[in-house]
Write a protein of this length. Structure first.
Length: 186
């Protein structure tokens, strides 16, 4: 398990603004604008460089790289959109690699729980379990699942969609609470 997360108040504010605006755009327009993620990346590098000099620049680069690496494989199989990849990379540029990993974990856990509730509300539980089995089958065959079923391609409107930036905002909210109140998670 990575080190306990910690982030300066300025970083928390910058991160909260980034994912909050991204969530609003993703809910309203179904996309995350490039200007927003580019601004998040630039702000992350500038803030880290001002805070810690050249080591801060490396800290931002490490977070950017890790954020990209964590979501890019999902983008390749169309399980994430490009904006989702760029948003996690921008969050990583602000927080650094260790905190980016925590955001990734918290988003996966809490976002996954929210998605389960949405699935139950829409009465799509059996369809979802079928799709998960289909995904696992295709991945074990080294085949991209979206090639077998349009419903498994996040770039189409065939399946149930939940704005990922909103899920990331929930993960970031939990991350900020953990850094602020030091909740025991190790």
């Amino acid at each position: 398990m990575p080190a306990t997360p910690s982030l300066h108040l300025t970083g928390e504010i910058l991160l909260g603004m980034l994912v909050g605006i991204a969530a609003i755009y993703d809910i309203r327009f179904g996309r995350i604008p490039n200007w927003l993620v580019l601004a998040g990346i630039a702000v992350g590098f500038v803030w880290n460089a001002i805070s810690a000099g050249w080591p801060g620049f490396g800290h931002a680069a490490g977070g950017l790289g890790l954020g990209f690496i964590l979501y890019f494989p999902l983008y390749l199989i169309r399980g994430r959109r490009a904006g989702d990849v760029k948003l996690l990379a921008a969050a990583g540029a602000i927080t650094g690699p260790v905190n980016c990993f925590w955001i990734f974990l918290l988003t996966a856990i809490l976002g996954g729980a929210i998605v389960l509730v949405v699935i139950m509300i829409h009465k799509r539980t059996s369809d979802t379990f079928f799709n998960v089995a289909w995904i696992v089958r295709d991945l074990l065959r080294f085949k991209a699942p979206y090639k077998s079923s349009e419903e498994l391609d996040v770039t189409t409107d065939k399946g149930l969609r939940v704005p990922h930036a909103a899920m990331m905002a929930v993960g970031v909210g939990a991350f900020i609470l953990i850094t602020k109140y030091g909740l025991p998670i190790t």
